[in-house]
Design a protein around this ligand. Structure first.
Ligand SMILES: *Cc1c(COP(=O)(O)O)cnc(C)c1O
Length: 440
């Protein structure tokens, strides 16, 4: 798979190089130069495959020329080893549950795949690396879990003391091994400042610092797989014929999920259109309405992983859609959902469909409900459920009066010992000393 930069001046590279580099040298984002196109018959021949098997087949088609088949197979199956249930909510409404991985959010797909491929490429070259991540909660836990146990890589996750939930802290700070969780006395901005400072620090060069940035093509690619999987699962409904288009409603922030969906559509998944569902941080819906892209500081909402004021994947989405607003509008409709509507969507989904939605998923559900009545001809809508509701217990208790239960094997989280290292103060010197003291 050849990857080009959205800025267009860096030379095209293969997938492995794009994954190791993260950002292209010209500051652009890597995108696949050509994607395979699967006919309805080929797609239909994969119906009934378990998700890890489908992911392995798709990986072979996309990047099989860069890895020996058994190696790629093992990496993919190990990374994407959890189910992706498609659940029926209503006559034409479906819920795709993307929260069955270890951190109970869809970021597991990208983070686990990237971590394993990254570790494999490093180990093959006899090198090692240290991944630095600053987190306000979700990304750090997915990256830490993703890299846990991966050889040749050490992960250092920085989070603000007292500002992540106890469950998020347990997800990052109870792993041990090659994962070091650092509790910073300060804010998320302090964590980010320390990480940026470390990257610029020549005294730390021997650690080969690297980032598992959310714009890495290695995080995007595996996210296209569940679009294929859910489309094939929907075909089990006799009413839906092979080749008949569906609609996807995507809770959107940095637009990685949406961009991966557009890639899946280019590969042959029959998509009528995507709904980019946002909270009040509505840069994309506004762009679709007005043609103006106006990045701005984000504002805080209850769907906080979507609080993004300058979506990092916008350039990719635009490039994939031919570089024009008309191109993006042909594929994507925007829908902004207020806090009040998010709350009432949580209540309505429970009352009408008996399903508990986290606030991010509720935004996409609300957007889908608005579209259901209005579209002619009627299409089936698949709502992407990006987080397990138990991760947002407070919001659910406020709306529904009870707390959703965690999945069985997560319920012991309070009994796992916390292995966090406390940073004495949030200065660069203290952080450097800590990094220096880590074993190679
Ligand atoms: C990150 C995240 C999103 C937003 O996804 P993007 O790819 O950034 O658009 C939505 N929901 C949850 C739970 C997330 O963690």
């Amino acid at each position: 798979m050849h990857c080009y930069s959205t800025r267009g001046t860096a030379p095209p590279v293969d997938f492995r190089t794009a994954l190791l580099q993260g950002l292209a040298p010209d500051g652009g984002l890597y995108l696949a130069q050509e994607l395979p196109h699967f006919t309805p018959a080929v797609l239909a021949s994969w119906r009934g495959l378990a998700f890890p098997d489908l992911a392995a087949v798709l990986s072979r088609h996309l990047i099989g020329n860069e890895f020996p088949a058994p190696v790629l197979d093992a990496l993919v199956r190990d990374a994407l080893n959890f189910p992706v249930p498609l659940r029926r909510l209503d006559e034409r409404l479906w819920l795709l549950e993307l929260f069955c991985g270890p951190t109970l959010a869809f970021k597991d797909f990208g983070a686990r795949f990237l971590a394993r491929v990254f570790g494999h490429l490093l180990a093959g070259s006899g090198r090692h690396a240290t991944i630095l991540v600053a987190t306000s909660g979700d990304t750090g836990s997915a990256v830490a879990q993703g890299f846990a146990g991966v050889p040749a890589v050490r992960v250092v996750v920085l989070y603000p003391a007292g500002k992540v939930s106890a469950f998020q802290e347990a997800q990052m700070a109870t792993l041990g091994g090659n994962v070091t969780a650092v509790r910073v006395p300060g804010t998320f901005d302090d964590c980010q400042r320390l990480v940026k400072g470390a990257f610029l620090d020549p005294a730390l060069a021997r650690l080969r610092l690297s980032s598992a940035n959310s714009i890495n093509i290695g995080r995007l690619l595996p996210q296209s797989f569940y679009y294929v999987a859910s489309y094939l699962a929907a075909l089990d409904e006799p009413r839906i014929e092979a080749g008949e288009p569906v609609v996807f409603s995507v809770p959107s922030g940095n637009l990685g999920n949406l961009t991966a969906g557009v890639m899946a559509a280019r590969m042959g998944v029959a998509v009528d259109h995507f709904i980019a569902a946002t909270n009040g941080n509505d840069v994309l819906p506004e762009y679709l309405d007005t043609g103006e892209y106006r990045p701005r500081p984000s504002m805080a909402t209850m769907s906080n992983a979507m609080d993004v004021g300058d979506p990092s994947n916008f350039a990719r989405l635009l490039a994939l859609c031919g570089g024009t607003r008309a191109g993006v509008r042909a594929a994507v409709r925007g829908e902004r959902v207020s806090e009040a509507d998010t709350r009432s969507a949580i209540r309505r989904a429970y009352a009408q469909c008996g399903v508990v939605l986290d606030p991010h998923t509720a935004v996409a559900y609300e957007a889908a409900c608005r579209h259901l009545g209005g579209q002619r001809p009627h299409r089936d809508i698949i709502v992407l459920a990006t987080a397990h509701p138990a991760k947002f217990a407070d919001a659910i208790r406020e709306e529904l009066g009870f707390e959703p239960e965690l999945p069985e094997d997560e319920r012991d989280w309070q009994s796992r010992p916390l292995l966090a290292v406390d940073l004495g103060d949030a200065t660069q010197e203290t952080f450097r000393a800590l990094l220096d003291s880590l074993p190679d």
